[in-house]
Design a protein around this ligand. Structure first.
Ligand SMILES: N[C@@H](CCC(=O)N[C@@H](CS)C(=O)NCC(=O)O)C(=O)O
Length: 203
């Protein structure tokens, strides 16, 4: 087994799916959490000047999605067939598409534009993506892909808290399976045990 070190800030953010994959697979790794004060010096040593970075026997892999996909493949959570792997990738990309507008809304300085963006998210973006996730969860008995856990499930449960910050409960009401899914995945014994013991952080 290679020596793994995950370098990220002391936050769940873009690091948590990797940590959950290590937990679920029962694989040892170093969970290095960088203090903001250490970051300026460390930044220049990272491939793209950003975190997370996964070191595998000293080889640095940057970009959260590349890290998650690599770990998912190594540990058997990428999807059982090529089609399932493509579907898992599709749902991961969809989670990304769902979060991107939220970041744009958060950053928008003009109040009127911000309101319009929010409304568009509530009327169009959220229902489109959430209905696709819901449909897949119904079809696959509670998993996004196939009949078992894939990294797409972990990406979805990490995405939903961001969506819930913006979307009122009535918008989420037609998607009960998405809510159940998060509860169920977070109750898987190894994931639940990681959630219990992980450092408590705001994000
Ligand atoms: N596309 C990159 C984005 C990484 C990213 O934005 N990292 C942020 C933390 S979430 C970061 O390193 N910020 C500090 C900086 O850019 O100096 C990924 O998915 O890994």
């Amino acid at each position: 087994m290679p020596r793994y070190k995950l370098i990220y800030f002391n936050a769940r953010g873009r690091g948590e799916v990797a940590r959950m994959l290590f937990a679920e697979a029962g694989v040892d790794y170093e969970d290095e959490r960088i203090e903001r004060s250490e970051w300026p010096v460390l930044k220049s040593k990272m491939p793209y000047g950003q975190l997370p970075v996964l070191e595998v026997d000293g080889v640095q892999i940057a970009q959260s999605t590349a890290i998650f996909r690599y770990l998912a493949r190594e540990f058997g959570y990428a999807g059982k067939t090529s089609i399932d792997q493509a579907l898992a990738d599709m749902f991961v990309c969809s989670c990304d598409d769902l979060v991107k507008p939220l970041i744009d809304i958060y950053r928008c300085k003009d109040e009127k534009t911000k309101e319009e963006m929010k409304q568009n998210f509530l009327d169009e973006t959220a229902p489109l993506y959430l209905s696709k996730f819901e449909e897949a969860l119904v079809l696959n008995n509670g998993y996004l892909v196939g009949d078992s856990l894939t990294w797409a499930d972990l990406v979805l449960i990490s995405t939903m808290p961001w969506v819930e910050k913006m979307v009122p409960p009535e918008t989420l009401a037609p998607f009960p399976k998405i809510k159940d899914h998060k509860v169920r995945i977070e109750s898987l014994p190894k994931i639940a045990s990681w959630i219990e013991k992980r450092p408590k952080t705001d994000m």
